[in-house]
Design a protein around this ligand. Structure first.
Ligand code: ZN
Length: 563
């Protein structure tokens, strides 16, 4: 079966409501856990259909935003989202109050029930209106960012179209492209301030309505975090400041040597004088190289990637009308994932074939988990599969980068480690924002600048006005769209570094750990998943320092002059 053979239809929420009423009654009257489980199976089928059709509608729209029909179907699934949340909430309440909960916990483990508790903590019909308003504001932000039309060198670009110029080998082009970028943000600064201000106040209001002091615990619940809190995260950020910030300074010095520059400005975002390495070959050639690579990596990845190609579950190349960016989605009804991306001729194309394929491989490996809630884990765990795959595939990088392979690896490692303080800065900023919901847009910007001094002390924006005033975070969509989703990438990075080390020491046992983790899907919370994969928790004191030391030793062993 190919993607185009999948059935698609609109589900009817009224019909589902009445089906669910019947199921809830049956569940409540069941005589034991086994009997209750039969009713659970019926809800699984309903939600699996819903998720599958919603995912198809969303994907088809992204594949062709100019298709009127696809737009309508996507809008339909957007519209019924709050109603489906309400239906799901009622079901969660039923499950949590079930007479034979212990029996069901024996079958599914308690993580499922913890997730249902979080659902109760993060939504209530009394905030339904606020959620709708929040979605509207988020869409407003997306429209401004996606609709950017920026004049540069006599042509018009959107924000992602401008990105290749930011890493041009010519310093002057790099700087001017940033002037153009920040000019766009400066022009929209006021409206971006207003949207964010409204979002912060709205989220604070939601939290208050649900009985919290501020938005932080609600944000954590919405992220599905059951096993750590904001204090753990604050300690972890401190470890980044102590252990990673000094290391990034050393890399900064090294980069000056490679580029032959006395001083590095923000716009010197390249690592080699000639520019950063690019993959060699057409998109088709890259996919064939990936197929060969996954075939050699393991039998599991080999059959997985062949399936992705044969069943047409990849849409990789940029074309007119296609939405920007990249993601991996899945269709529970068919037990298949899908990879969407926009190849643009940079090393990013290879990352799609490793990072997004890591997500897809996990979803596929966990397809036989007994609950849909167990297909995907929470984000910080989900990014382990993808970020680790980027490293697991290192031995095959010459298929893509040929003579530039060593340059690519060094760059990959530098980017991965340099990212950590930035990720922590974004996270720290958001905690401050939601602790101080009445702060003015000006105060937010000056707080950001203050935090940059701690996390990114060597950043020098030269005379670029907008970032100098503390506005750069307005381009980070997570801050607007998914609060507190950012530290996740850094947590996963620390785990991916551990996999890098494991694969260097013993590929066979490391692969076993990785496969176990993929198969476990979302059946456990983050820290328990780490145990399954024999990884150390980044929250544990000393772990981050050890991991980072090993990375530094490797970076230090590279003779950068020979790259
Ligand atoms: Zn990812």
């Amino acid at each position: 079966m190919k993607y185009t053979d999948y059935t698609y239809k609109r589900i009817d929420t009224t019909e589902i409501k009445s089906q669910m009423a019947e199921i809830i009654e049956g569940f409540n009257n069941a005589k034991d856990a086994r009997d209750q489980n039969k009713w659970m199976d019926k809800t699984k089928a309903i939600f699996s259909d819903y998720e599958t059709y919603a995912s198809i509608a969303h994907l088809n729209f992204n594949r062709n935003t100019k298709d009127e029909n696809a737009t309508k179907e996507n809008d339909y699934y957007d519209e019924i989202d709050p109603s489906m949340k309400e239906i799901s909430l009622n079901w969660a309440k039923t499950l949590l109050n079930g007479k034979f909960r212990n029996g069901l916990e024996d079958i599914y483990g308690n993580h499922f029930f913890n997730l249902k508790e979080l659902e109760l903590k993060s939504f209530d019909p009394k905030i339904k209106k606020l959620v709708e308003e929040e979605n509207k504001l988020k869409n407003e932000y997306t429209k401004i960012i996606a609709g950017a039309e920026i004049e540069f060198e006599g042509k018009t670009y959107n924000l992602s179209g401008l990105v290749p110029f930011h890493t041009d080998a010519d310093r002057d082009i790099r700087k001017r492209s940033y002037v153009a970028r920040f000019g766009f943000f400066e022009k929209n600064s006021e409206v971006l301030d207003i949207i964010y201000d409204k979002l912060v106040k709205l989220r604070h209001n939601m939290a208050r309505k649900l009985g919290y002091d501020n938005y932080i615990p609600l944000g954590y619940a919405a992220m599905g975090r059951t096993d750590y809190n904001h204090n753990d995260v604050a300690d972890y950020r401190k470890q980044i400041v102590e252990n990673v910030v000094p290391l990034v300074s050393r890399l900064h010095k090294q980069k000056k040597e490679i580029l032959g520059l006395d001083h590095l400005y923000f716009y010197d975002g390249i690592n080699y004088k000639e520019g950063d390495p690019k993959p060699k070959g057409t998109p088709d050639a890259l996919v064939l190289a990936a197929q060969k690579m996954y075939g050699e990596l393991s039998p599991e990845t080999g059959s997985f990637f062949n399936m992705m190609i044969n069943e047409e579950l990849l849409d990789l190349v940029n074309r007119d009308g296609k939405m920007g960016g990249g993601f991996c989605t899945a269709f529970p009804k068919y037990k298949r994932p899908y990879i969407f991306s926009n190849f643009n001729g940079t090393d990013h194309d290879v990352t799609v074939l490793t990072h997004e394929a890591g997500h897809a491989f996990q979803a596929y490996s966990a397809r036989n988990q007994p609950l849909m809630e167990y297909y995907w884990p929470t984000y910080e765990a989900a990014e382990i599969h993808s970020m680790s795959m980027e490293f697991i595939t290192w031995p095959w990088m010459d298929y893509f980068f040929k003579e530039d392979t060593e340059r690519f690896k060094y760059l990959h490692m530098v980017k991965s480690i340099t990212f950590l303080p930035y990720g922590a800065c974004v996270d720290h900023f958001q905690h401050w924002v939601y602790e101080n919901p009445d702060a003015s847009p000006m105060e937010r910007k000056s707080k950001w600048s203050e935090l940059e001094e701690i996390y990114l002390p060597l950043r020098d924006y030269d005379d670029l006005d907008f970032p100098n005033k503390g506005g750069i975070w307005q381009g980070q969509l997570h801050i607007y769209q998914v609060p507190f989703y950012y530290i996740d990438y850094t947590l996963a990075q620390i785990c991916a570094f551990q996999f890098w080390s494991k694969f260097n020491n013993n590929r066979e046992s490391a692969w076993k750990n990785y496969l176990e983790l993929c198969k476990a899907g979302g059946s456990h919370a983050f820290i328990d998943l780490l145990k399954i994969a024999d990884l150390k928790s980044p929250f544990e004191p000393g772990v981050l320092a050890d991991v980072v030391r090993e990375i530094w030793e490797w970076l230090n062993s590279v003779d950068v002059k020979k790259l």
